[in-house]
Design a protein around this ligand. Structure first.
Ligand code: GAL
Length: 677
């Protein structure tokens, strides 16, 4: 795939929203402003098949030919996120249903279900015809599958889903006895005696559903989305030229995005709207990192696909007529946010959208241009961004210079979705570690543990956190052991190892399978009662917060106690231990990695401020390192409305202005500097 070999800018364009007479001038204006790729088509099913079986591709033929003649590249979306009215009215079984089983109706988007055989047949037919017709078109560089799989809802509760869920379970368990055992259906007399008794989880369960059923249901939702994506990808690949890539845009929950990126797509793309960080209702939380918080999602995206694209990058104020209002990017912010994506590994950045839609749900979701289409500040900023990308081309394809890793597994991700208390500690630790890493200018990666993860993939991180591996498997434990033995530092948090892959709690002391490595057992554990103050401990003479959840640990021989509770009913009990294993060590912390606790860990493990000798910056500035063939670059991002001062420890080349810089340097409001180091 040649596409990401250089950094470039693009835009989302909807030829069907505009009079054809505008197309040519739009394309020329884009090219003049540094945009060389457009993403089109992802909602245009009714343009291509207005009535069942009557395919007419002439509209997009005209547009694509114009792109070819003007020199514009195209990413073509399969329009399956918005089935036409004729389809869902004639075949209501293609619709998704809400929790009460009531079918969604035409008028929004993503109202279909992945499992309806009729929907799959109609999609396969259309995608096949598109691929056959345009698979060799010179303007097309890539294809996008659907749009934002699992966006809007990731609950699939139609009859077709119920049927497919039963097939999924039959394949997984082979017998009802095995399923009953795995799900523990003996509890509350839930035992199933016929497969037909099992359904997707509607709201018709009083109190709650069986959590093991829910865990399998989430796995099923993910598998359904993946199989829908696979079906489309395989059809496309039969016809399209090998030079074209297949992608989709995310990132949404209940979906194994890693599996999708590695085994189905050529490249993964993300939709980045940093203004959402202000909160959909515009609530302003002093402690949050606001738009800088988007770097957490970008870090996640990087674990899915180290060199990704941004399919939709925010370019204007956000807003639907009924929700999600956020203000216009201030001067500089548009480029700052685009550079935030680049700093975290995006080599392609496509803005959403060229011109604000004058009709429909998204009339307040602003693109680069306003409805009046005049040149404006945002267009000038896009042009400046495209020019700046040219100045930093040497960074293309560089990895992030991550100084530690945060391990994750798909089982734990799904279980945290089902089990609220797992979700709570997981979220608190992810947020805490992220905030601490931001404030101490320490770049980190999320690292996905899979069945085929190799030791080499872990070895590059001197320290790995496994904050809350509630579900822990034998093969994962073996890999972690090998990682530690070769010299790594593994840090685990509370609640480790208290479930198996079915969501059952094994009758053994925690941290379960890791017990031998940590040399600890958990003696007592409790959520912090809201009536109590947060507990504290002491580590190396400094305070360590133990919030949200508290475990007291018993250290076996050979395990050192690093910190004990100094408050709460657990006062005096160990809360942090360390054990040497091979050439490495394992730290067991009986708490959650809140911002304060995570800061302590980053400091005490020697991870914080890795570039301190080169750049001293206030914690309100983000620093991201990228590295390629021994060469490194630092992105220094200022998200505040005023200039911030940093201090450079030696003379560095600043790529964006081509100047040499040393000593005190001002980073203007809402802007970025990129240094070669
Ligand atoms: C994205 C979506 C776009 C557009 C945008 C604004 O989630 O992919 O099609 O809807 O949000 O709502």
């Amino acid at each position: 795939m040649d596409f990401l070999k250089t950094m470039s800018a693009g835009v989302c364009y909807y030829p069907e929203h505009w009079d054809e007479s505008l197309w040519e001038s739009d394309l020329k204006r884009m090219l003049d402003n540094g945009i060389h790729t457009v993403r089109i088509g992802e909602f245009a099913w009714s343009i291509m098949e207005r009535e069942e079986g009557s395919f007419d591709f002439s509209f997009f033929d005209r547009f694509l030919d114009l792109c070819a003649s003007t020199g514009m590249q195209v990413i073509f979306g399969t329009p399956t996120a918005t089935p036409p009215a004729w389809l869902t009215c004639r075949y209501p079984e293609t619709l998704n249903a809400n929790a009460d089983g009531v079918l969604y109706r035409h008028g929004g988007r993503r109202h279909y279900n992945y499992n309806s055989p009729v929907y799959r047949e109609k999609v396969a037919l259309l995608v096949g015809k598109m691929a056959e017709h345009w698979g060799r078109h010179p303007a097309i560089v890539g294809w996008q599958i659907d749009n934002e799989l699992n966006c809007e809802t990731n609950d699939f509760l139609s009859e077709a889903d119920g049927k497919a869920f039963r097939v999924f379970l039959q394949k997984k368990y082979a017998s009802l006895d095995a399923l009953n055992e795995a799900w523990g259906t003996v509890f509350w007399s839930q035992t199933y005696t016929d497969w037909e008794q099992i359904d997707v989880p509607h709201t018709n369960a009083i109190a709650s559903h069986n959590p093991s059923l829910l865990l399998d249901y989430v796995r099923f939702v993910s598998a359904s989305a993946l199989s829908f994506c696979t079906m489309q990808t395989e059809i496309l690949r039969k016809f399209i030229e090998p030079r074209m890539f297949v992608t989709t845009n995310g990132m949404f929950g209940r979906l194994d995005n890693h599996e999708m990126a590695r085994n189905i797509l050529d490249v993964y793309m993300y939709d980045s709207y940093p203004n959402f960080a202000y909160g959909i209702d515009q609530t302003w939380d002093e402690d949050s990192l606001h738009d800088r918080h988007s770097s957490l999602d970008l870090t996640r995206v990087r674990s899915i696909c180290p060199h990704f694209g941004i399919m939709e990058q925010q370019s204007g104020a956000n807003g639907w007529y009924n929700r999600m209002e956020a203000s216009m990017p201030r001067p500089g912010q548009l480029e700052l946010w685009a550079m935030q994506s680049v700093a975290h590994g995006a080599d392609y950045v496509s803005f959403f959208r060229w011109r604000t839609s004058p009709v429909g749900t998204e009339i307040y979701w602003h693109g680069i241009l306003d409805y009046d289409s005049r040149d404006n500040r945002r267009l000038r900023e896009v042009k400046a961004f495209a020019e700046d990308l040219e100045k930093i081309q040497e960074v293309c394809g560089a990895d992030t210079d991550a100084r530690f890793g945060v391990l994750q597994t798909v089982d734990n991700q799904f279980d945290a979705d089902v089990d609220h208390w797992h979700g709570r500690v997981q979220k608190a630790s992810e947020e805490g570690i992220f905030a601490a890493a931001q404030e101490t200018h320490t770049t980190f990666d999320f690292v996905d543990l899979r069945q085929n993860t190799k030791l080499e993939e872990l070895e590059r991180y001197p320290v790995l956190f496994a904050p809350h591996f509630v579900i822990l498997k034998e093969e994962e434990t073996a890999l972690l052991k090998a990682y530690v033995e070769q010299g790594g530092t593994l840090v685990i948090g509370c609640r480790t190892g208290y479930k198996d892959a079915s969501g059952r709690c094994p009758m053994q002391p925690m941290p379960g399978l890791l017990r031998e490595m940590t040399g600890t057992t958990v003696e007592e554990y409790t959520f912090r009662s809201p009536a109590e103050d947060m507990a504290e401990a002491e580590w190396n003479g400094r305070k360590l917060h133990v919030d949200c959840f508290m475990e007291s640990l018993q250290a076996e021989e050979g395990t050192e106690v690093l910190a004990r509770y100094t408050t709460s009913y657990l006062k005096g009990e160990p809360v942090l231990t360390e054990r040497t294993v091979g050439k490495g060590r394992v730290l067991h912390f009986g708490g959650v990695f809140t911002r304060q606790a995570a800061r302590r860990f980053l400091k005490n493990l020697g991870l914080a401020e890795p570039y301190e000798d080169l750049v001293k910056a206030p914690d309100t500035v983000e620093i991201v390192g990228r590295v390629k063939d021994g060469q490194k670059w630092l992105f220094v991002l200022n998200y505040l409305p005023e200039a911030q001062e940093i201090r450079l420890g030696e003379e560095l080349v600043s790529l964006l202005d081509g100047e040499k810089a040393e000593g005190r340097v001002e980073i203007p409001a809402y802007s970025v500097a990129v240094y070669r180091i």
